[in-house]
Each structure stands twice: as C-alpha cells, then as structure tokens.
Design a protein around this ligand. Structure first.
Ligand SMILES: Nc1nc2c(ncn2[C@@H]2O[C@H](COP(=O)(O)OP(=O)(O)OP(=O)(O)O)[C@@H](O)[C@H]2O)c(=O)[nH]1
Ligand SMILES: [Mg+2]
Length: 275
C-alpha cells in the first residue's frame, strides 16, 4: 500500500535563471513529521486531486464531474529538503457553504491552520472561480493561486495576464496544465517561497466602509477569542455570526468551533492506492 519514495528531477526550462536543480520526492502516505502543511482548495472539478497525485505519487480518484472528492485526503512530498504534508479537499464554491463535503473543505481552510493554501482555479471560468479565491484571501496571508486548465483556456482562445492577476490579488499566480505536468515545478517553487516567507504576499481584502459594523465585528471577535483562545480567523467567524450562519452558530453553542474532524483513515487507505 505504501507508495515508497519516488524521486523525479524537477523539469527545467533551461532558459531562465530562476530554474534550479531541485528535486521533488513523492512520499505517498508517509505524512508524519512535516515542516509545512499545504491545503488544496478550489471549486469542484478544477484539478485539485490531479495536482495532489502529481505531487504525492498517490492515486486520489479524479473524475470529470463535480464533488468527486468527498473527504479530505492526505499525502506528502519532499521539496528542496523540506517535507510538505499535502491535504486534498473536496471542491467548494464558497466558504459559506453548508453541505457536508463543503464543510470539510471550509473547516480545514479555516481551522486546520495550513501554512499555505493553494487555491486551484479553472482558467476557463476565472470570474466564477475568483469568488472562492477572494474568500480564502480574506482569511489567510499565505496563499498561492494555481491557474489550472490553462491548456483548455488556450484552446478557447483565452489569454490571461497572470502577472497582472498576481499584482491585483497580492499572491503568486501559477499557470498550469496539471494533467500533463505543466507548471508543477513553478507551483512547488511558489509554495516553498510563500511557506518560508520569501514571497511577501499582500492578499487583496475587502474594506468595510461602515465603522459601526467594524466596531461590532471587533467586539464580537474579542469575545470569541476569550471563549476559544486557540481560534484563528476570529474576525471571519464574527462576521458569519452577525450574518446568522447556522453551522457557525451551532459550533459556538456546542463549543466545537475551531476543531477539525480527523480524516477517516480507512477511506484514505481505500482511496489512496499507491502508484
Ligand atoms: N485539460 C485539462 N484537464 C485537467 C487538468 N487538470 C485536471 N484535469 C481534468 O479535470 C477533471 C477533474 O480533475 P480532478 O483532479 O478530479 O478535480 P478536483 O478539483 O479534484 O475535483 P473535485 O474533487 O470534484 O472537486 C479530470 O478529468 C482531470 O483529468 C488540466 O490541467 N487540463
Ligand atoms: Mg478531487
């Protein structure tokens, strides 16, 4: 069942100085003792599991219909001497979602404390995909946009200015065609840079014009932190409470706010057949 450590040389274009001779080692399900946790989030069917498989050497099921991944799956890889635990999440359109698999994704992004969140977006449906991306950028400073399915976008005659997008969003944007391995090395480099703080991200955030709302959010966030001292993203939770988000209200009432359910390892072992 173990994937074993498979080592592949990272692809080099040879034409730019930023290419290095680093190697990726796929570690399969050997996730213990990581340096960084990386989450793969994004809308359904954007290629998250395809990227997960390319980096870990595992075989998380990929399928051409939405909602394929219903639980989170974990694997690992080594890059540049650092060990990364990689978490593949179910697709979700919003962090405000309430379906069970969408809650799995939301809870991990919010409370799993990933060191880097890779937001996988469909380059052919950028506007729709940026909705979730903007929500994730509200709650974390450390994110990378994987601009996947760039091959499909090219075929549709779409050109995306990824540098302008990175400037606007304040995080690295990596064009990818994950199914054929294109962009994997650039993604690894971006993830490493963000994890280590070498790429100073400045995520685009929505500013409140209403000072009364700002004060209410601050007040509620302070109360949340005193009730749940380990809580990250207290401002986001406060906003959801003010909106009347039923699942967040329930979690506060039950005292389970900020906890992330452990994955079902049995399911993982069945799904993650080693290559
Ligand atoms: N053309 C093209 N197809 C891709 C690319 N990446 C993934 N796919 C295909 O897109 C489909 C969905 O891929 P998955 O990796 O299952 O997507 P996912 O985001 O994990 O999907 P959910 O788990 O349902 O959210 C599969 O048929 C993949 O082969 C890509 O870069 N280009
Ligand atoms: Mg998937």
């Amino acid at each position: 069942m173990s994937a074993g450590a498979e080592t592949i040389a990272a692809k080099q274009c040879g034409a730019c100085s930023s290419c290095n001779t680093s190697e990726l080692s796929r570690l399969g399900i050997k996730v213990g003792g990581w340096d960084y946790i990386v989450a793969l989030a994004g809308n359904p069917n954007t290629g998250k599991s395809t990227i997960f498989n390319a980096l870990t050497g595992l075989r998380q099921h990929v399928g051409n219909w939405s909602g394929k991944t219903v639980r989170r799956a974990e694997g690992a890889f080594n890059y540049n001497g650092k060990k990364f635990k990689l978490v593949d999440l179910p697709g979700t359109y919003s962090l405000l979602s309430t379906s069970v698999d969408e809650e799995v994704a939301r809870d991990f992004v919010l409370f799993g404390q990933p060191d880097v969140t890779v937001i996988v977006v469909d380059a052919t449906r950028l506007e729709r995909n940026l909705c979730l991306a903007m929500q994730v950028l509200e709650i974390t400073d450390r994110a990378v946009i994987a601009l996947n399915l760039i091959d499909e976008a090219r075929r549709d005659g779409l050109t995306i200015d990824e540098r302008a997008l990175a400037r606007e969003l304040g995080v690295p944007v990596v064009p990818m065609a994950a199914r054929r391995g294109e962009g994997i090395t650039d993604l690894l480099r971006a993830v490493e840079n963000v994890a280590e703080g070498a790429y100073p991200t400045r995520p685009r955030r929505i500013k409140f014009a209403d000072t009364a709302l700002e004060a209410a959010v601050d007040d509620l966030a302070a109360q949340l932190v005193s009730a749940f001292p380990d809580l990250h993203n207290a401002r986001w939770v406060a906003l959801r409470l003010l909106e009347g988000d039923a699942s967040i209200i329930r979690a506060v009432g039950e005292g389970t706010l900020g906890t992330v359910k452990q994955p079902n390892h049995l399911v993982n072992l069945v799904q993650l057949e080693a290559r």
